[in-house]
Design a protein around this ligand. Structure first.
Ligand code: MN
Length: 251
């Protein structure tokens, strides 16, 4: 994923397949040389995402089963397992204990546990993980089912405490940070505190708006700029660090 010194940024979590002009968004991302992970929400969406990105230089597709759709889509878990050998990248997966999804939490745990176990068996997988209102349980499950030498988790839109950040760091996790996170005091404190060598950037487009439109990978410079200000580094230096972190992650 990272053989090009001319890369300009990293968007490690977006949903390119949810853009109406999906193919144009891919072309813009390639032209802007942004390393991008496009996650899927259901195993049924995988094939199309994979086919449309397999010829690209900067974009990789991830195979997911989103916790927010587990209530309706848990039956697609065998399909997820069947596609697993086709990719190194997994996501969006995880747990969501928000009020709308709490009811399916036990099923979500079953699905997430199966995903972690299968990834540990396969080895070298990289997972983009959602942990909304469920950070302790997500970290417990990573610790139990995905040993550090069997795969790596990137915590997407992480909202844990400082001690949970330390715990995640000790489990080998990275953090993909988006523009929305730095809008709250709590989010800013968290981003200011992350170890520099574990930071990645993301847009989570199209679910986050940047400058009045749904964010896409080419907007990652806005995220990079916000994080750079918080960390008191030049935006170019931040971008270089993040590209280096991605390099370490995928090597
Ligand atoms: Mn997402």
């Amino acid at each position: 994923m990272t053989d090009d010194v001319k890369a300009s940024g990293v968007d490690f979590h977006c949903h390119l397949d949810l853009f109406p002009d999906y193919e144009a968004a891919i072309a813009r991302t390639e032209a802007a040389r942004i390393y991008t992970l496009t996650v899927t929400t259901t195993p049924k969406a995988w094939m199309r995402n994979y086919e449309l990105t397999r010829g690209t230089r900067y974009i990789r597709a991830a195979l997911g089963l989103h916790p927010q759709v587990v209530a309706e889509r848990a039956g697609e878990l065998p399909l997820w397992e069947r596609h697993l050998p086709e990719t190194r990248y997994i996501g969006e997966v995880g747990l969501d204990a928000g009020p709308r999804f709490y009811k399916s939490l036990e099923t979500q745990k079953y699905v997430f546990r199966t995903i972690l176990v299968r990834c540990a068996e396969a080895g070298k997988k990289i997972l983009s993980v959602h942990s909304m209102r469920c950070v302790p349980a997500v970290l417990d499950m990573i610790e139990l089912y995905l040993p550090r030498d069997r795969g790596t988790v990137v915590l997407h839109w992480f909202t844990g405490t400082k001690s949970e950040v330390r715990r995640a760091v000790n489990l080998g996790c990275y953090f993909s940070v988006n523009a929305q996170m730095v809008k709250s005091d709590r989010g800013r404190a968290l981003v200011a505190d992350l170890p520099m060598d574990r930071i990645l950037t993301e847009t989570d487009g199209p679910f986050i708006d940047i400058n009045g439109h749904p964010a896409e990978p080419t907007d990652i410079h806005v995220t990079a700029d916000l994080v750079a200000r918080l960390r008191n580094v030049h935006v170019q230096e931040l971008a270089k660090t993040v590209i280096g972190n991605l390099h370490t992650l995928v090597d």
